[in-house]
Design a protein around this ligand. Structure first.
Ligand code: SAH
Ligand code: SF4
Ligand code: F3S
Length: 453
């Protein structure tokens, strides 16, 4: 045993509470963070009242995301007053962006960026010793590839696997390249190992995560390359009973090879999240998205040619700099043309330091942004309902996730298309099982059905 392995673990006897905001990547990062802290002796708790260390994993994507977290930090003053030795740390994207402001706030002891989590035990030890623990260094290499995340989810069926970090795309509106640094891919063998371990532990649905999974690339020293379609095939090969999903796909990099690999593997889910952001070419250029509406529709047609039953979802931004009524109308038209199954829809929020903040005017009045967003949401509600109505009478293979939220006599699970189905419980059917359900009813958010097999 090496001498350093004999040192006392800082965390022994201390409880760690973690609160997570933002995207799936943050959810996955919190699981990595807990793993690192448990190795140092900390015990994870879901009860904030008994925590010795509170970590808040934060998001900067829109101003309201940050405002919510400031509000939450304010509430922590109360806990700090009650418990003198309580340590509060802010980690994630907002930590990277707002280090000084956070440290000056008076509540925050630790600020750690997304690439600094291995350093967390030292940062907490510093805070316990009475100084600030700060590390917002971004890395070109860190992927946490060797770390086994501690699963914080409840159902034991779905899990995220982070396959890459950072982003090189610099969409004009987006803060992510600044908070998460340059793109880098994780060793595929550690990814497959993680998928295998999850499968053996009973998990049946894994989502491969990255800001732009289509640019995943691993080049071993002895030559060759593992690209994203190769990786999908490797993970799908773990078991035919393991469903594989991924997010997010940048339309500019979605290859025919990926479509072919998906189509050839039934356990790769029939769902692609393909954020369009806008239906107007003028806006897409201003946003630096590097594709046109025509390219986007071409990719979509290619997906549907090979997988007619593939669900398509998207992200849309209303009221980006210079957006005219005509541009907005183009977005609505695109939505109708595609007939999205679901969408995440946002009002443009200017983020300091981005290309848009530096070079463009945030010139769409708030009430116009709101009105356009509402039109987009209203249309999507109509499209989601239409999409669910098309499923009525059809049978789908459903992966059971557990009790439905409304009633313990009902179970819920997802189709390959990522739609939630609720059905009456039956003897012997439990989370992790595959069953066949016939759809008998729907709302715009949920399908209802009965078990046929
Ligand atoms: N990497 C993913 C998206 C990550 S952010 C991708 O490229 O698709 C998730 C979504 O937030 C984006 O797709 C975009 O629709 C939205 N978003 C990002 N920055 C925004 C901003 N400044 N204002 C409003 N919405 C924004
Ligand atoms: Fe942001 Fe664009 Fe990167 Fe997505 S691809 S994280 S929207 S910069
Ligand atoms: Fe938010 Fe950072 Fe994710 S800004 S959306 S937590 S990458």
């Amino acid at each position: 045993m090496k001498l350093e392995e004999l040192r006392p673990l800082v965390g022994v006897g201390r409880q760690l509470y973690v609160e997570t905001y933002g995207c799936q990547m943050n959810v996955s990062d919190s699981e990595i963070l807990v793993s690192i802290m448990q190795d140092e002796g900390y015990r994870y708790t879901e009860n904030i009242a008994e925590a010795d260390v509170i970590l808040v994993n934060t998001c900067s994507i829109r101003d309201n995301a940050e405002q919510r977290i400031w509000g939450r930090l304010n509430e922590f003053r109360r806990y700090k007053k009650a418990r003198k030795n309580l340590v509060v740390g802010v980690v994630g994207c907002m930590a990277e962006r707002l280090r000084e402001e956070l440290l000056n706030d008076g509540v925050v002891d630790i600020v750690a960026g997304p690439d600094a989590y291995r350093d967390m035990p030292r940062l907490v030890a510093m805070a316990i010793g009475g100084s600030h623990g700060v590390n917002v260094e971004l890395s070109q290499e860190e992927t946490y590839g060797d770390i086994r995340p501690v699963r914080l989810d409840k159902n034991g069926v779905n899990a995220f696997i982070s396959i890459m970090r950072g982003c090189n795309n610099f969409c004009a509106y987006c803060v992510v390249p600044y908070t998460r640094g340059r793109e880098r891919s994780r060793d595929p063998y550690t990814i497959v190992r993680e998928a295998k371990e999850l499968f053996e532990a009973g998990y049946r649905d894994v989502t491969l995560l990255g800001q732009n999974v289509n640019s995943y690339s691993w080049k071993p020293e002895d030559g060759g390359e593992v690209d994203f379609p190769d990786l999908v095939a490797m993970v799908a090969d773990v078991s035919p009973l393991l469903r594989v999903r991924f997010a997010t796909s940048h339309p500019k990099d979605l290859s025919d090879k990926l479509i072919d690999v998906m189509a050839s593997l039934p356990n790769v889910c029939r769902a692609v999240h393909l954020p369009a952001q806008s239906g107007s070419n003028r806006m897409l250029t201003a946003m630096n998205r590097k594709y046109t509406r025509e390219w986007y529709l071409g990719r979509l047609a290619a997906i549907r040619r090979k997988m007619p039953d593939c669900a398509i979802s998207t992200d849309l931004i209303a009221g980006f700099c210079g957006e005219t009524e005509e541009d907005h109308a183009q977005t609505l038209l695109l939505m109708r043309e595609v007939g999205y199954d679901s969408a995440y829809m946002f009002k443009y929020s200017q983020r300091p330091g981005t290309q848009a903040a530096r070079h463009m005017e945030d010139d769409i009045p708030e009430d116009v942004k709101t009105a356009r967003l509402n039109e987009i949401i209203e249309l999507q509600n109509e499209l989601s309902l239409a999409s669910n109505r098309r499923d009525m009478g059809k049978c789908f293979e459903v992966l059971v996730e557990g009790a439905s939220r409304r009633s313990c006599k009902q179970l819920c699970g997802r189709t390959s298309q990522n739609k939630m189905v609720v059905f009456d419980a039956a003897d012997g059917i439990k989370a992790g099982d595959y069953i066949v359900v016939k759809i008998t009813d729907c709302t715009l958010a949920t399908l209802f059905g009965e078990i046929v097999k």
